[in-house]
Design a protein around this ligand. Sequence first.
Ligand code: FAD
Length: 279
Amino acid sequence: TIIDQQEAGALTPGFDLDDCSAIVYEPLSGYADASGTTLAYAAQARNLGVRTALRTSATELEITGGKITGVVSSQGRISAERVIVAAGAWSSGLLEQCGVSLPLTVSRHEVAAFTRPSASISSLPGATDLVNQTYFRPEGTDLLLAGGGGPGEPVEDPSVYGHRPTQKSIESVWTQLTKRIPMMKQTEYTNGFAGLYTSTPDRHPIIDQVNGIEGLFICAGFSGHGFKLAPAAGATVAELVIDGQTSTIDISPLQLSRFATGPNSEAGLLSESGDDVVI
Ligand SMILES: Cc1cc2nc3c(=O)[nH]c(=O)nc-3n(C[C@H](O)[C@H](O)[C@H](O)COP(=O)(O)OP(=O)(O)OC[C@H]3O[C@@H](n4cnc5c(N)ncnc54)[C@H](O)[C@@H]3O)c2cc1C
């Protein structure tokens, strides 16, 4: 719903909205704790009979006669007729071994947590601020988590990157944040983290079967929005693997072949230059 500044002001005490010509309000939007959600998925999968192997790396995909037959891992070989490569930034490396090249780039993005002057800002919605290229949401009762938009820092080797925000980025996101919420000038940085976006040229994932290798599937390239897409991605990949096609959603725009003759050639989805500001 598009709302006016007066309506928005009632929802966002302490915000300066003077420079906002359009404000979109999504009453049903929300946020969830990423690691808690991931652990919950894993726990429920185990309840349903899935075996999880922590601290176990897949090192090689075993292909015999054009079919996947197993995965070699740091804990030994696992026989498998169907394998899904969903290894985020590491997906390209695994698939390169079988001659499949993915158009993925990896970039580092940072999130910083600041104390919230809770007496002044008692309630705070999560928001994406396209004017100041930031996004933020409450964390617990007294913190605010904020990240910046923009392309992030390119990463050559996904195993080697700084896991903490830099001083420069903390200052930058704080400066942008205080333009929208002036009371955040009285804040302290508490901690933060950095992680990786793995992106295709159109910023949409690749969910597909690998041509020419029976039983091998790809689910990677979620850029800055893979968390919220995870339930739908999981459901469609399950259909693809079990039924050979999806019934819930048509995922043909997410095939790898859309990049065969150049970025966005078939899908025409997002522009290559579109920055991610993700909530
Ligand atoms: C700072 C930041 C903020 C974000 N905010 C949001 C947000 O607000 N909303 C949103 O929707 N998304 C957000 N994202 C994006 C989201 O986190 C990603 O899109 C999502 O995690 C991608 O999921 P994935 O499963 O493809 O890859 P990953 O989450 O990277 O998972 C891949 C897994 O594979 C494992 N792995 C790698 N190689 C191997 C191997 N050889 N063998 C076995 N396992 C392997 C890795 O250890 C990892 O656990 C954010 C990302 C960052 C960095």
